[in-house]
Design a protein around this ligand. Structure first.
Ligand code: FUM
Length: 580
């Protein structure tokens, strides 16, 4: 073991303290494994809290016609045929039990007057199936999961930045990280590792729903460890992010505003969704509403801050304070806007990575033995367009499955808890950090900012081959510059080291996104290629990637067929949304 490197051992190591990581840890402990959770933020402060508006399950409490099969059909249809049917089936079948579990753990979802769980509208769902806690659903879920994990005695190591997965004899044997406050390095040795590390949407700036995380860390860790990725080009731009003030631009305005009747207009006062989706209007799919907002702004019909207007004032103060309390407070605090009297100005914001690490549907095992991935860092459920509210249930259903399977296989080694040594991998990981610190001063943050502007400009809401090729070339330049950069010097050095690592993750995931976007020579869902404006049925495939000797390799794999008994749900009439 390298000198000065601490060692900690666990059967199951969970990386990430968001909903997927917490749910995986709970499942692993309940399966009898000894678990350790490592995260770089505090335990109740993950991007999960930004999924504000609600969580889906076909409970049929307000629309009794709903069923898990209809939820399945909506999920697969609105993915433009790229969702893995087995993943969508598991999710929609198991969603009601996942909600019940949260209720049992004290999550206070809104109720109807007769005491049932209330369900609100979210875009492109045929029925009301989104359970909610005001407009702070993600936060309430995280808090319930933290309480449950703490009650089970799950140990947390917080403020720790994981820089590598340790691979020994072709298996994932743990991870390596450093303490963000002290720089202390630790080798976390484990029999199985679950990644619940979120997506890579920080790469799009100024418009990202959370600016200080989500560099694709877990995706890059998995890729470096030999895992395959899938659908990396498919990034969800949420239609409504705040446009001002600049330091919070991109912060989410929840879809619940539209679910509660919010209306979109442009600077001419036109309710423009009538031109883009006259049937579903503001409750169309996220990809369509985001493109509509983007187009209105681009064509000069935006407001003073470069956004369009979202107005829910007609619902009145009482309704807004009950259903959208956080939005009401935030807009008042950030902009002095009273949304019970006037509209907000909003624009598309990068919100969710629909692609990520390729996983097996049932257990979310990756292509590296011993390594699992769940939640936003994994792929398979959302295809080219994610239904709002599906991410929160995804982290619960597949966090549980990944944690359970990780505990099962971790117990099989017989080598004692975290029995491997991974000495070579630990020495390499420690050497990498030492070299960066010794390489003199540098400013990774400047390169991070350049990377984000580049991705927004060249690989954003609308893409072209010419722009993507320029992007790839500039990414190569940034990668070269980052290779020559140190992070040493006095003061804030652990912070700079973290920025250097985030930059590395960002560059890797950016390249995978651009290569996927080049391969997908069509327009499908959130992936708009203005040089290929139509959907190409021949591209009903998932693009996979892995690190080869010459760099990233990209290939297409067909999407598995929808099971015969579920196929009729995808036909004709099944698509019509319930009208308000
Ligand atoms: O708009 C929202 O509240 C986000 C929900 C989600 O991403 O699922």
């Amino acid at each position: 073991m390298a000198a000065d490197v601490l060692t900690r051992r666990a059967r199951v190591l969970v990386i990430g303290t968001g909903g997927a990581g917490l749910r995986a840890a709970i499942a692993a402990v309940e399966s009898g494994a000894d678990v350790l959770v490592v995260g770089k933020r505090g335990r109740a402060d993950a991007h999960t809290v930004m999924a504000a508006g609600g969580i889906n399950a076909a409970l049929g409490t307000v629309d009794p016609e709903d069923s898990w099969q209809q939820h399945f059909a909506d999920t697969v249809r609105e993915s433009y045929g790229l969702a893995h049917p087995a993943v969508a089936e598991i999710l929609t079948r198991e969603a009601p039990a996942a909600i019940q579990e949260l209720v049992d753990w004290g999550c206070a979802f809104a109720r109807t007057p007769d005491g049932k769980l209330d369900q609100r509208y979210f875009g492109a769902h045929r029925y009301r199936r989104t359970c909610y806690a005001g407009d702070h659903t993600g936060r309430d879920i995280i808090e319930a999961l933290v309480r449950r994990a703490e009650a089970l005695g799950v140990p947390f190591v917080e403020h720790t930045h994981v820089t590598r997965l340790l691979v020994e004899d072709g298996r994932c044997a743990g991870a390596f990280g450093f303490d963000l406050r002290t720089g202390e390095q630790t080798a976390f040795l484990a029999d199985a590792v679950v990644l619940g590390t979120g997506g890579h949407t920080s790469l799009w700036h100024p418009n990202t729903s959370r600016t200080d995380e989500n560099w694709g860390e877990g995706i890059a860790l998995a890729l470096s460890a030999g895992a395959e990725l899938m659908d990396m080009e498919l990034v969800q731009f949420h239609p409504t992010g705040l446009v001002a003030p600049e330091d919070i631009a991109g912060t989410l305005v929840t879809e619940a505003v539209r679910g509660e009747g919010g209306i979109l207009t442009n600077a001419l006062g036109e309710r423009f969704m009538a031109r883009y989706d006259p049937e579903r209007m503001e409750l169309s799919t996220r990809d369509r509403v985001a493109l509509a907002n983007y187009t209105e702004i681009l064509e000069g019909r935006g407001g003073p801050h470069g956004g369009v207007f979202l107005d829910v004032s007609h619902r009145g103060l009482d309704h807004i304070q009950e259903r959208l309390p956080k939005m009401y407070r935030q807009l008042l605090a950030f902009q002095g806007v009273d949304i019970s009297k006037e509209p907000m100005e909003v624009a598309p914001t990068a919100h969710y990575s629909m692609g990520g690490i390729a996983v097996e549907p049932e257990t979310h095992t990756t292509t590296v033995p011993g390594l699992f991935a769940a939640g936003e860092c994994a792929s398979g459920l959302h295809g080219a367009n994610r239904l709002g509210g599906n991410s929160l249930v995804d982290i619960l259903v597949f966090g549980r499955r990944a944690g359970t399977e990780a505990a099962r296989i971790a117990g099989q080694g017989g080598a004692g808890v975290g029995g491997g040594q991974a000495a070579g991998a630990v020495a390499d990981a420690a050497g990498e950090l030492d070299a960066l610190l010794a390489a003199g001063e540098g400013s990774p943050k400047e390169l991070q900012d350049t990377l984000r502007s580049l991705m927004w400009e060249r690989c954003g809401v609308v893409r072209t081959e010419a722009g993507l090729l320029v992007c790839l070339e500039e990414l190569a330049g940034l990668t070269e510059a980052s290779g020559a950069m140190g992070v040493g010097g006095d003061g804030e050095r652990w912070n700079r080291l973290a920025h250097g690592m985030d930059l590395r993750s960002g560059l890797m995931t950016a390249e995978a996104t651009v290569r996927g976007a080049l391969a997908r020579r069509e327009t499908r869902g959130a992936h708009n290629r203005s040089d290929f404006p139509a959907l190409d049925p021949a591209l009903t495939v998932n693009f996979r990637q892995r690190m080869g000797e010459e760099g990233l390799e990209v290939w297409a794999e067909p999407v598995p067929a929808v099971p015969e008994d579920l196929a009729p749900w995808l036909d004709g009439e099944a698509g019509a949304p319930t009208r308000r």
